[in-house]
Design a protein around this ligand. Structure first.
Ligand SMILES: Cc1cc2nc3c(=O)[nH]c(=O)nc-3n(C[C@H](O)[C@H](O)[C@H](O)COP(=O)(O)O)c2cc1C
Length: 211
């Protein structure tokens, strides 16, 4: 059995990020019954970011999995033994959501050695990062996973990145004060790109499962 863990860092259950992650899961499962895919929704969980308890850096007991105990602990243990990891987040104010950031602090700080500044995850595995945002490739204020992408790259290897630009933020623009957006332009972009974005997520799932 090969286990792929999907971390959904967005609050909305059925919108853009969730749909991209769902497609990824479908792609991975299409590779065969030996693929187990588990999706964890961060917004359904009660947990903290790094508490700076330094338990992961204790002399002779250093650990590259977070030792702080809360609802995230079993998830971090599971990831340390997984065969693939997918992190999905909408972009909020140019970065991943606060929930995703807090999760990444807990995931990454134990990888970092303050002895020699190496970054060592318990196990190497392929990683895919999925971002969804209003911006376009030409007009984009997003730093995405930012410095956390650097940590992931050092500890786990170069991640594959999929970005769904110019997403439909609400299902009916006429109901909201969103005059800064043209619904017509959004619709045209969606018609031209959304299916392709979902396909990219599906293909990445399939590829990870077949690795
Ligand atoms: C609080 C908040 C902040 C946002 N900030 C940005 C931003 O800085 N750049 C951007 O392109 N889109 C931004 N967006 C738009 C979302 O990233 C975009 O609609 C995303 O696809 C939403 O994902 P979801 O449909 O999975 O919730 C923001 C949305 C919210 C709610």
């Amino acid at each position: 059995m090969k286990k792929i863990i999907i971390i959904d860092g967005g609050p909305r259950r059925n919108m853009n990020t969730a749909q991209m992650l769902q497609k990824f899961a479908e792609g991975a499962k299409s590779a065969g019954e030996h693929i187990e895919v588990k999706t964890i929704r961060l917004y359904d969980m009660d947990y903290k970011g790094c508490m700076s308890c330094m338990a992961c850096k204790l002399k002779d007991r250093a650990s590259n999995v977070c030792r702080f105990k809360d609802r995230l602990s079993p998830v971090l243990e599971e990831i340390s033994m997984a065969d693939g990891l997918v992190l999905g987040s909408p972009i909020y104010f140019g970065e991943v959501t606060g929930q995703m950031r807090a999760f990444l602090e807990r995931l990454s700080f134990p990888w970092l050695s303050y002895n020699d500044y190496s970054m060592t995850a318990p196990k190497q595995m392929p990683v895919v990062l999925i971002e969804t945002l209003n911006g376009t490739p030409e007009r984009n204020n997003s730093n995405g996973f930012g410095s956390m992408e650097y940590c992931i790259t050092r500890a786990l290897g170069q991640p594959q990145k999929i970005v769904a630009y110019n997403t439909y933020q609400v299902n009916d623009y006429s109901r909201y004060e969103l005059a800064g957006f043209s619904e017509e332009a959004k619709r045209q972009w969606r018609d031209a790109h959304w299916e392709e974005d979902l396909q990219k997520a599906f293909d990445a799932g399939r590829k990870m499962a077949e690795m």
